[in-house]
Write a protein that binds this ligand. Structure first.
Ligand code: AMP
Length: 283
């Protein structure tokens, strides 16, 4: 596996790859890799002939500087995992390399209502930062395929919208969430959980499953309230949202409609650690 830390060396390494070709696949990450990330790399290398991954903790998508500062890092282990997964090229730029003119002046994307719903409401500016970095990375790597995780469902929707706006000829593939045996969605942030918090954390998945079992015959707002209460009861410190929403717009769904795609999304805190998860509700 080739490792590039500068844009110049990345360009040089990709000089023989036709730009935006479907044989070139890309998996952007922030590192502290787990099997969820590796699933994206596997999906990429099964589809494309050349797999590029990146590790970059993007400062412009963190609305909380403390969250940015304590984001987990495990570079040596990450390199080892990517190598074993068959990644061909790893790009690990510095902040200076990605933002040579500083972090202040960045482009802004017209993402529509999705930007201020759910994650957008609780993490103002987050999705603009995601678009800035993914746009920059795609302009550098120029893949035909982009692999992203359903774990960050709203992020997938935002990036799709950014691809429409920028007209980059990149196809996004959304890969299902990889979970621990007890249902907890794998996340780099899970490593910061204490053993006690780790046990409590699986309550999110239990609530998602419980909503899936009931949503066709229940008052959806009541289900959301009950799930939030159950998370607090299980030991969560606070719940930002439990939302049963239209899977295309992420607006709250007034009630079950067999013709409308539906998803339940959750964000909740265990101490200082914020976990998110979601489950598509297939009718
Ligand atoms: P991150 O490093 O958290 O920015 O994640 C990089 C990519 O991996 C994103 O597209 C995530 O949605 C995806 N991802 C993270 N966790 C999981 C998971 N448990 N299952 C599948 N994909 C995931």
């Amino acid at each position: 596996m080739l490792i590039c830390t500068t844009i110049a060396s990345l360009r040089n390494a990709l000089r023989h790859q036709p730009p935006f070709d479907k044989k070139l696949g890309f998996v952007p990450t922030m590192g502290a890799l787990h099997q969820g990330h590796i699933q994206l790399v596997n999906a990429c290398s099964n589809t494309a002939t050349f797999t590029v991954a990146s590790i970059f903790i993007n400062p412009t998508q963190f609305n909380d500087p403390a969250d940015f500062a304590r984001y987990p890092k495990s570079l040596e282990q990450d390199i080892d995992m990517l190598e074993k997964a068959g990644c061909d090229l790893l790009f690990i730029p510095t902040v200076q390399e990605m933002y040579p003119d500083g972090l202040q002046e960045q482009p802004s994307y017209n993402l529509g209502p999705i930007e201020i719903l759910l994650e957008g409401k609780y993490r103002p500016g987050h999705f603009q930062g995601v678009c800035v970095v993914v746009h920059k990375l795609l302009s550098l790597v120029r893949p035909g395929l982009l692999f992203m995780g359903q774990k960050d469902f709203q992020q997938c929707m935002v990036v799709s919208r950014m691809l429409e706006i920028t007209r980059l000829p990149v196809e996004m593939k959304m890969i299902p969430t990889v979970r621990e045996p007890d249902g907890l969605a794998m996340s780099s942030r899970n490593r910061r959980l204490t053993p006690m918090q780790r046990e409590i954390a699986s309550a999110i998945y239990q609530q998602l499953i419980s909503i899936k079992a009931q949503y066709k015959h229940a008052d959806l707002r009541l289900l959301e309230k009950e799930a939030a209460a159950a998370l607090l009861e299980a030991g969560f410190s606070s719940v930002d949202y439990v939302s049963i929403a239209n899977a295309r717009t992420l607006q709250p769904l007034p009630g079950y409609l067999p013709t409308v795609g539906c998803v339940v999304l959750v964000a909740a805190y265990l101490g200082a650690i914020r976990l998110i998860d979601n489950l598509p509700l297939v009718s």
